[in-house]
Write a protein that binds this ligand. Sequence first.
Ligand SMILES: [Ca+2]
Ligand SMILES: [Ca+2]
Length: 361
Amino acid sequence: MNKCKKRWIWLYVSGAVAVASCHSAEDKSASQKDSVAMCVSEGMPSRAAAVKRSQESVLQGADDAKMVFIKGGVFQMGSTDFGDSQPIHQVKVRDFWMDEHEVTNAQFAKFVEATGYITVAERALNPADFPGVSRDLLVPGSAVFTPPQERVDLNNHLQWWKYVPGASWRQPKGPGSSIKGKENEPVVQVSYEDAEAFAKWAGKRLPTEAEWEYAARGGLVGKKYYWGDELKPQGRWVANTYQGDFPVSNAAEDGFVELAPVKSFPVNAFGLYDMEGNVWEWCADFYRPDAYEQAESDNPRGPKDSYDPAEPGLVKRVQRGGSFLCNDQYCERYKAGSRGKGEVSSASNNLGFRCVQDKAP
Ligand SMILES: [Ca+2]
Ligand SMILES: [Ca+2]
C-alpha cells in the first residue's frame, strides 16, 4: 500500500530541495545520446495509405472530440537514446480510435459541467497524508512553471517549478490566471485520476504507452523525432517546444511561449496533432524504468505495478511526448520513443492528456 501522497504539495510544505520531485518529466536523461534508434518496422502501412485512411476515418466522439482510426500493426518500440526506453522491442497493437488532439479546456469544461467533477488540485488536502505539517500550509493548488530571473543550475528543477495555491485547470497559473479565450488550448493541471475520470465519462480510456508511441510514430521508422530526422524540416518548427536559454529566456521561435491552441502545428500521417510537445500526455501504464526488459509483445498494457528508484514510495504512470518546456538543452523527452513519468496525484501547467477507444465512436 502506497502511503505517500506527496504530489507537488509536498515540495511546497516541506520547502525541501532534498525531497525529490514527484514530476520528473522535464528531467534530462542521464544517458547522453548521439546514437539514433534504429527501428525496423514490419507490417506497417505505408505513410500515404495511412494518411488516406485517417482522412476517411475522422469521427465525432461523445465529448465532441474528433477521433481518428488507427489501424493496428507491428512496430519497434523504444529508443537507444534513453535508458528507460530500452531494449527496443517488437510490439503489436490492435486497431483503436484516438482523439486527434489533446483534450481542450472546452472539452474538459463540458465534462465538469455535466458531472460536477472536482479535480485533485481543487480538493482539500487530507492532513493525514502530510504528518507533521501545519494545516495552514495544506492549501489546494498545483505546480506552475515559474522561470527564474537569472540563469540557474539545471540540476535543480525546483528553481523553476513552484507549488501555487489555487492553481487548477480553471486558473492554470494560480489566482489571476484564467482559461477565458483559451478554449482550444489543452487542459492542464489534471492528475491521472482526473484524466481517467474524463475518459470514463466520455466512454473512452487513456491510451497504453504502446498505443501512444505507435500512433505518434505515424508509420515512420527509426526517426529521431516523431516527424523525421531534422529538428526543423525546411527551417520550420513543427512542434511546440522551448527555444532559447532554458529556463530563463524563452525565444518562442515556434510562435508560442507556453501553450499553443491544439492543431497549431502539422498533422502526422495518422491524422494526429501535437503528439510531441505542447503538453505531456498521461498514458495508462504504470511506470517502471525496466518495463521494456520484460514487456509483452502483443498489445502490451504495461507492468503490474510502478517503481521509480528515484522515488520508490510513489505510484507513477507514464507520460508521453514532452511539452512546451522541452528542448535539447534540458528535456529531450519529446524525441521519438522517449518516456516520461509522473506521480498520479500530481499535475502541472504543462501536463494534459488525450483519449482512445476500442470501437468507433
Ligand atoms: Ca514554444
Ligand atoms: Ca502533446
